[in-house]
Write a protein that binds this ligand. Structure first.
Ligand code: ADP
Length: 618
């Protein structure tokens, strides 16, 4: 708004100055013309006066020795060029007689003859007056003085006065005097003859339409257009400049933010811009104007060709640092990679260069860390897969194992019964009883050894607890079982809290989840619309993962011994999954429980303590 009024003010000044100049010039021209016209009119009138006086002198001279008739004829010819001279009279004591050829008789004027030339006036002044000398009188009609002049000449108004009085001889008005005048030019003079020195007031009315109104309006419009145009150009320029500044600031921000060292140089390798990464990489404040070649020492390693600094710094095109080159920084050699790129102007002339540098150390370290992390994950998954395959083999081995255990158990039962029978005798044979009990213990130890061997086989390496993402573990297991889930058309519903971190061995955790998911999968085998729900919620004390299904639920005969080893309702089952899972969960400071859900199906809940760090941050 402020800028708009400034533009309007500039336009007003321009337009005002132009219009004022136009009117000043018009005024000067108008006064100049008026003065010229007034001078001409004054001269013409003065000439007329002289002509009248010449006529008077001529008649005075001619009248000697000429009779009246001859004089009258000569006068006809003499007066023809002077229309303002309307009559010539000769007067005697008795009265005056017309000599010339007047259109009408001149009015009566008391004859007062005098030998000297004089002007005679009628009562009341003009427009008729007489010039007399001796007995000759020449009548002049002041109205005819400018007759010929009026046509074509610029209109001028004038008034002739009698000398030394304000009696008007003639008041000559211009014809279109009815036009409203804006102003009137005026000048007063005296006609330049001895006999008729009449004061004359010449004036010219200047009508309103004589001023350059159209020029003024056109000038105002032109300046308005020009001001708007210039203003618009300035505005566009200002906007473009602002956009350029913004762009520069953004680009500058990016250069400052990147972790790569960037140094911009002029054409003499002097620093014009350096980002913080560059100052750190070169261990130099890199003030504006520093010759970068003096503060950057590259050194080739023994396996490399010597570094040619001169051709590097003056290279006409982009050039990369040789692979494995080192930079000397505070006496230490740091491996770097980077490049030097020339910056050229629009005409292709060299304007400067940009040096970019990356330290290889941190980058390599980061890459190694990523590599190790990836390898560790692969290893863990391999472990888990091996374990899973062992578990499935276990299922197949269930029947065989049952047979293995059946033998010692049957023997224990038999020895036990035999011992009991022997003790029922009136005189028990204690040696045989001892033998039966000993044999029973031997069989029990054998059975226990089978189980210990089995457990040892199933047992995983010791727990390696660390912060583990529970959701990640669940997703890994789901991915593992994806094929079976799809095959059975199981709908999996998940509901996770975000990023639940627990302190756990990720492989053991995945093993527990896998057991729960496998059991749920087994349970929903014959369910028409199988659904398995996995949800993770934060409870008092820790994170809890619930795995529920819409299968038939936990059978009554196994419900009470659910976590006891070898409890199974499945024909090929081993009954070790839940007991093992509970052992693992307890080993991680958590717990595993299971029951039938109110809505039907089974619900297993794994509770794990929250990460100490995570709990502290709440
Ligand atoms: P296994 O799967 O080899 O039988 P587990 O210890 O994993 O051994 O399971 C023990 C028993 O608990 C199963 O045989 C089954 O009867 C019961 N069970 C476990 N999960 C479920 C479930 N989701 N629905 C119904 N019963 C289950």
């Amino acid at each position: 708004m402020k800028r708009l009024s400034l533009a309007a003010l500039i336009w007003l000044l321009l337009a005002g100055a132009g219009v004022a100049a136009l009117f000043t010039v018009a005024r000067e021209q108008s006064t100049e013309t008026f003065n010229t016209d007034a001078r001409i009119l004054h001269r013409v009138l003065s000439q007329r006066m002289e002509q009248q006086e010449a006529v008077l002198n001529a008649v005075d001279a001619l009248r000697e020795g000429m009779d009246a008739a001859a004089l009258g004829r000569s006068l006809d010819t003499l007066l023809r060029p002077y229309p303002q001279v309307v009559a010539v009279e000769r007067c005697a004591a008795g009265g005056c007689r017309v000599l010339g050829t007047p259109a009408e008789s001149p009015p009566e004027l008391k004859a007062s003859l005098s030998p000297e030339p004089a002007v005679r006036w009628l009562e009341g002044g003009g427009p008729l007056y007489a010039l007399s000398r001796g007995d000759v009188r020449v009548w002049v009609d002041a109205r005819r003085l400018t007759g010929a002049l009026d046509s074509g000449a610029a209109p001028l108004t004038y008034t002739l006065f009698q000398p030394a009085s304000d009696v008007v001889i003639v008041n000559h008005e211009i014809e279109d005097g009815n036009r409203a005048a804006s102003t009137i030019w005026q000048v007063e003079k005296v006609l330049g003859t001895a006999l008729q020195p009449f004061p004359i007031l010449i004036s010219r009315p200047v009508p309103w339409d004589a001023w350059p109104w159209l020029g003024g309006v056109l000038w105002s419009l032109l300046t308005a257009g020009l001001t708007a145009l210039v203003w618009r150009l300035l505005d566009t320029r200002r906007t473009a400049q602002r956009a350029l500044m913004d762009e520069r600031a953004r680009a500058g921000g990016v250069v400052q933010a990147v972790s790569e060292a960037i140094v911009a140089l002029d054409d003499a390798h002097r620093v014009t811009l350096a980002n913080p990464a560059a100052r750190a990489a070169l261990a130099h404040p890199l003030p504006h104007g520093t010759d970068l070649r003096a503060v950057t020492a590259f050194q080739a390693t023994l396996s490399q060709a010597p570094f040619d600094a001169a051709s590097f710094w003056d290279s006409p095109g982009p050039v990369a640092l040789p692979e494995g080159l080192t930079l000397l920084r505070n006496g230490e050699a740091v491996q770097v990679e980077g490049s030097l790129t020339p910056l050229r102007g629009t005409g292709g002339e060299l304007r400067g260069r940009v040096l970019t540098l990356r330290e290889m150390g941190p980058l390599q370290r980061r890459m190694l860390e990523h590599l190790e992390d990836g390898e560790r994950r692969v290893r863990e998954h391999e472990d888990m897969l091996a374990h899973v395959s062992r578990l499935s083999t276990l299922g197949e081995m269930g029947a065989g194992l049952a047979h293995e255990l059946n033998q010692p158990l049957t023997a224990i039962v038999s020895y036990g019964q035999a011992a009991a029978r022997l003790l029922d005798d009136s005189e028990p044979d204690l040696a045989r009883v001892r033998h039966a009990v000993g044999a029973s213990v031997t069989q029990a130890v054998r059975a226990a050894q089978i189980i210990v061997r089995l457990r040892q086989w199933v047992r995983r390496s010791p727990s390696r607890a660390r912060p583990t993402d529970l959701v990640q573990a669940v997703q890994n297991v789901l991915a593992l079982c994806r094929a079976d889930l799809n095959r059975l058309g199981v709908r999996v519903v998940t509901d996770y809290a975000d990023a639940p971190l627990v302190q756990a061995d990720p492989v053991q955790l995945e093993q527990i989840v896998l057991n729960l998911l496998r059991n749920a999968l087994d349970a929903v085998q014959d369910t028409p619309d199988p659904v398995i729900e996995l949800s993770i919620v934060l409870e008092k004390g820790g994170w809890s993962l619930s795995v529920s299904d819409n299968g038939p639920g936990i059978a009554a005969e196994v419900a009470l011994r659910l976590f006891t080893p070898f409890t199974t309702s499945k024909s090929g089952g081993l009954g070790l999954g839940l007991s093992l899972s509970q052992t693992l969960a307890q080993g991680m400071g958590g717990d595993l429980s299971g029951a039938n859900a109110h809505a039907g199906g089974a619900l297993f809940t794994l509770r794990l303590p929250r990460l100490a760090l995570e709990a502290a941050s709440d």
